[in-house]
Design a protein around this ligand. Structure first.
Ligand code: PGA
Length: 257
């Protein structure tokens, strides 16, 4: 039985005061005895350490939004996985569409980052997803295949225990347009099939696949209620404790159903 994961991606939002307040509110609501689903927040780099501090006695895990594949050294402006571990991070989001399409990250670069993060004991949330033009051209599954083949190249079956996949159709991110439950489930089913042929039925069955793209308290239960949707990667709605809490509560309801 896969455990739901509700992950917040704060992107380049919050400041020291609001980020700490948001994390504290979540830590209070989901204390160390909360065990129904996994909850994770991913603040910007400068606030990671203070968010780790205020969530340390709670169920809230903390992750980063990116990392570099090299060990600490002369790489101006980059952040090493070792540094993330050092400040108490549990995981890292890699391959997010904004990094692919705004910053120009390729599957090859993402793959190096995935391997390095795994080697350093971080859980990786690997994001994949098609552009609207690719969906309209009937290329959704081909794009997902390329991103999965590329992103997970060389990743061992053993390491898959630390991989979470996030399906995020690019046209649904920050747009208010959510994939229909059928569109989401069909992409998730494809991704699970990919995992099964690339690894094994057991690994496909155990790997969590999150949906991301305009998830809100109002649509979370329907989306996460699909058989192959194991949680959510939430951008905009993760920026208030009420909205993010509403999505976590929906996962809790589904987990206890
Ligand atoms: P959104 O972002 O929830 O604001 O659409 C999701 C994401 O980019 O991870």
């Amino acid at each position: 039985m896969r455990r739901f994961l509700v992950a917040g991606n704060w992107k380049m939002n919050t400041d020291r005061e609001s980020g700490t307040a948001l994390a504290s509110a979540l830590a209070e609501k989901y204390g160390s005895d909360f065990n129904a689903v996994d909850v994770l927040v991913s603040p910007p780099f400068p606030y990671l350490a203070s968010v780790v501090d205020v969530t340390s006695n709670s169920a809230v895990q903390v992750g980063a939004q990116n990392s570099y594949f090299e060990a600490p050294g002369a790489f101006t402006g980059e952040v090493a996985n070792q540094m993330l571990k050092d400040v108490g991070c549990d995981s890292v989001i890699l391959g997010h569409s904004e990094r692919r399409h705004v910053l120009g990250e390729t599957d090859e670069l993402i793959n190096k980052k995935v391997s390095a993060a795994l080697e350093n004991g971080l859980q990786v949330i690997l994001c994949v997803g098609e552009l609207l033009s690719e969906r309209e051209a009937g290329q959704t599954e081909a794009v997902l295949k390329t991103q999965m083949d590329g992103g997970l190249q060389g990743v061992s079956a053993e390491s898959m225990a630390n991989i979470v996949i996030a399906y995020e159709p690019v046209w649904a991110i920050g747009t208010g347009v959510t994939a229909s439950t059928e569109q989401a489930e069909s992409a998730h089913e494809y991704l699970r099939g990919w995992l099964s042929s690339a690894y094994s039925a057991e690994i496909a069955d155990a790997t969590r696949i999150l949906y991301g793209g305009s998830v809100k308290p109002g649509n979370a239960k329907e989306l996460m209620g699909q058989p192959n949707v194991d949680g959510a990667l939430v951008g905009g709605a993760s920026l208030t404790a009420d909205a993010f809490g509403g999505i976590i509560d929906a996962a809790v309801e589904l987990a206890s159903a």
